[in-house]
Design a protein around this ligand. Structure first.
Ligand code: NDP
Length: 282
């Protein structure tokens, strides 16, 4: 039976640190503030929004929700982002995605000032991750993977990490963050041939594909550490990861469950980025 790497203790440790840093900032009359931009109503974002609001409140971070109509035109969205960029009281901006197809998501992402881009969606933030420069912020879920391993004492240096999924939200930045920590990284995708064999050769496997329970016992072996980033709803309406947990958990050494794994850490990393954005303004 594998040891389950739960997200909650990792998140709680991060929240405790964030609350302390918020307290220190307040003594200097700096009040960390996040602007949350939402276009239209989306069920998945709705639950993430409620979690962010609750957790931010608990650690003393103010959140301003800027809800825009689903049919907002692109100029109004851009004006909203520019308003956030220009507002010295607001340290951070989180824009929920995907945006409606009528809007140009890449342009909107790149409009967020890099020093407020706490979700790491703009080109400057991604350049920072890829170049190892302190520009913007890393995408929260990619960083959450590294935080999870650090918390549970899993060393990255010298390890072979296989990342399955190459999006700019998770796979690519996670690969770069782990490479920066001296892991040897193999980045896989839907065109990878012999994927189970490649996965079995890893010390650490990160699954971020968005396919419910796709990776079974044939993809893993004893001694491995598995991070399951996937958040999927299966055919029966059950929330699950990319990994077939019941089949894989008896095989590997450590594994993150879904729910209860990476997701909780992602929100904590977001709020840590907000406090850091506020600290950088001092
Ligand atoms: P994308 O759809 O943007 O990317 C999926 C990636 O997985 C692509 O690179 C794709 O390859 C690859 N892929 C798809 N199917 C397979 C397969 N069968 N074998 C190998 N590779 C495959 O998704 P995201 O990166 O945005 O998200 C991935 C998952 O992580 C989703 O379940 C999402 O909900 C979850 N997620 C969870 C978060 C959290 O906080 N826990 C936050 C963000 C995402 P190709 O490039 O060739 O198409």
């Amino acid at each position: 039976m594998a040891e389950q790497m739960l997200g909650r203790p990792v998140a709680e440790a991060l929240y405790a640190e964030v609350a302390k840093r918020v307290g220190a900032l307040r003594e200097e009359h700096v009040h960390p503030r996040l602007a949350l931009v939402r276009v239209g109503e989306d069920q998945a974002n709705g639950s993430y929004e409620r979690t962010v609001l609750k957790r931010a409140d608990e650690v003393g971070i103010a959140v301003e929700v800027r809800a825009l109509a689903a049919d907002v035109n692109k100029l109004a969205l851009y004006a909203d982002i520019e308003g956030i960029n220009a507002d010295a009281r607001t340290h951070a901006c989180l824009m929920f995605r995907p945006l409606p197809h009528t809007l140009d998501e890449m342009t909107a992402c790149n409009m967020i000032a890099s020093e407020k881009d706490v979700d790491g969606v703009g080109a400057a933030s991604l350049a920072g991750v890829f170049m190892g420069l302190p520009e913007g912020f890393a995408p929260c879920t990619a960083e959450a993977c590294v935080r999870m391993l650090d918390f549970y004492g899993v060393e990255l240096a010298g390890k072979h990490v296989v990342v399955v999924g190459r999006s700019l939200v998770v796979g690519k930045p996670a690969a770069m963050l782990m490479l920066a920590r001296d892991a040897t990284v193999t980045l896989c995708h839907s065109g990878t041939t012999g994927l189970p064999e490649i996965m079995r050769a890893a010390d650490i496997v990160v699954c971020a594909t968005g396919n419910a329970r796709t990776f079974g016992a044939e993809c893993f072996c004893a001694g491995q550490v598995v991070l399951d980033v996937g958040t999927n709803i299966d055919a029966d309406g059950v929330f699950c990861g990319d990994v077939d947990f019941a089949a894989v958990e008896p095989v590997v050494e450590r594994i993150t469950p879904v729910p209860g794994g990476i997701g909780a850490v992602t929100t904590a990393v977001l709020l840590q980025h907000v406090v850091e954005a506020a600290e950088r303004t001092r």
